[in-house]
Design a protein around this ligand. Structure first.
Ligand code: ATP
Length: 425
């Protein structure tokens, strides 16, 4: 089987790495890939990002399955394009991807289908947005409607911060089209968890649970980032909560899409806020939907995934998802993101990376913002690497991951030293 993975992040490196281990897979192409996928002898980078060119490549090369990592090609309709040309691809259609590509669409959808989320209103007029903030008070959350690569959300502790966010997005156009409409929603307190399932249009297969670390600095301080580390499983998601999340969020979402005339295929990621209390009563609310696996949650989830992932994805793309084809390593997997100088601001690139330890059974370094130039590995983006380890305990996974992190050198590197603190508290 020949597989094409679209994307260039740590998530795509992890997905491609696991697919390449399948006995029936002969070739794995990553478009465009990164320095890590370039270095892996089982993977081959293809320097294409244009969707039509990707479809032509898939045809010419006889690709049996395409898997899409990031949201942008999904929102641009890559799945529709491939399907029209008879190419097997796993992901949501452009219509289904609106759950992620428009926060206003997602909120209206949740209200319509009684899926728990915070109260909200959507604005294009700054005056009306300011008036709403004055009426609601702070804390309050201002979100760009469109895709903003993790930079479109301001969790405002004061009304002033919320007003400033509205001025930046609706007034100054700081996020372009993505911020030309804003969703303003109620602040939710609690603990976050990432809940991801695969869906072939009918059957649903839950992935292992995980927890991301959004803030840049230890103790959840500093600005939001794309994610500074993650681990799996997330202990907060007990068996009972798992059942409740399926009943209260996942089934109503897939069924709601169907009722709206949109069959959902692909990964559905619910970012959840779970408040305190016992598992029967604590509230579970949806912060956001994504239509793809999370980054960095994918890296620890993939480390725990056992079975033939390529086969699972192919069957899912064919509408024949096999529930029994994968299982989960009971150990904990933990990934530490190493980021470049100035991230999450404009990152410095071009720093030489050395000391990445060879992949071990229980520790793999997945690449994101890296590039290979003249046999030298250089930083090329904000999040550079995700060092991901398995351990019998959370503590052990953490020790293995940080031991590898300490061997890796590049100027300006930054990482959190407390990944999985909630599981260890
Ligand atoms: P991603 O990069 O994960 O796609 P995004 O830009 O789509 O993120 P959200 O996931 O909606 O944005 O929000 C980012 C983060 O902001 C959340 O993980 C959460 O920490 C915080 N957040 C979002 N909405 C709320 C809310 N209503 N109350 C409290 N915190 C929130």
């Amino acid at each position: 089987m020949k597989v094409l993975v679209i994307g260039n992040g740590g998530r795509e490196h992890a997905i491609a790495w696991r697919i390449a281990q399948s006995a029936q897979v002969t070739n794995v192409f990553v478009a465009p890939g990164n320095g890590g996928t370039a270095l892996d002898p089982l993977l081959k980078n293809v320097p294409i990002t244009n969707l039509d060119e990707l479809a032509s490549f898939a045809k010419t090369e006889g690709i049996d399955l395409t898997v899409v990592g990031p949201e942008a090609p999904l929102a641009a309709g890559v799945v529709d394009l491939f399907r029209e040309q008879g190419l097997a691809i796993f992901g949501p259609s452009q219509a289904a991807a609106q759950l992620e590509s428009s926060k206003d669409f997602a909120k209206a959808f949740m209200v319509r289908h009684h899926i728990p989320t915070s109260a909200y209103a959507t604005f294009t007029s700054p005056e009306e947005a300011h008036a709403y903030i004055n009426e609601q008070g702070a804390p309050i959350v201002v979100k760009a409607d469109g895709l903003a690569a993790g930079k479109g959300v301001v969790v405002a502790q004061t009304q002033q911060e919320a007003h400033d966010a509205v001025d930046a997005m609706l007034g100054d156009g700081s996020l372009g089209e993505a911020g030309a409409r804003v969703v303003i929603e109620g602040f939710l307190a609690g603990e976050e968890a990432s809940f991801i399932v695969m869906c072939d249009g009918k059957s649903i297969l839950p992935m292992a649970t995980s927890q991301d670390h959004k803030r840049q600095l230890d103790n959840d301080q500093g600005p939001n980032t794309g994610g500074m580390g993650a681990y799996s499983p997330a202990p907060i998601v007990s068996d009972r909560l798992h059942e409740r999340i399926m009943q209260e969020v996942i089934y109503p979402t897939i069924q709601g899409m169907e009722k709206d005339g949109i069959t959902f295929t692909g990964f559905l990621y619910a970012g959840l806020m779970i408040d305190d209390g016992n598992d029967e009563d604590r509230s579970i609310k949806v912060l956001e939907f994504n239509c793809r696996m999370g980054d960095p949650e994918t890296q620890p989830i993939i480390m725990r995934l056992q079975g033939d992932y390529a086969d699972t994805l192919l069957k899912a793309a064919q509408g024949k998802l096999d529930q029994a084809s994968i299982s989960w390593d009971p150990r904990t997997a933990l990934g530490v993101v190493m980021a470049s100088y100035n991230y999450p601001g404009t990152p410095r690139t071009g720093d030489t990376i050395t000391g990445i330890p060879a992949a071990q059974k229980d520790c793999v370094t997945f690449h994101a913002g890296t590039t290979l130039q003249n046999n030298q590995l250089l930083t090329s983006g904000g999040r550079v690497l995700c060092v991901t380890a398995l351990g019998d305990t959370v503590q052990q996974a953490r020790e293995t991951a940080y031991a590898a992190v300490k061997q890796i050198k590049f100027d300006g590197q930054q990482y959190r030293s407390d990944i999985a603190w909630r599981a260890l508290k």
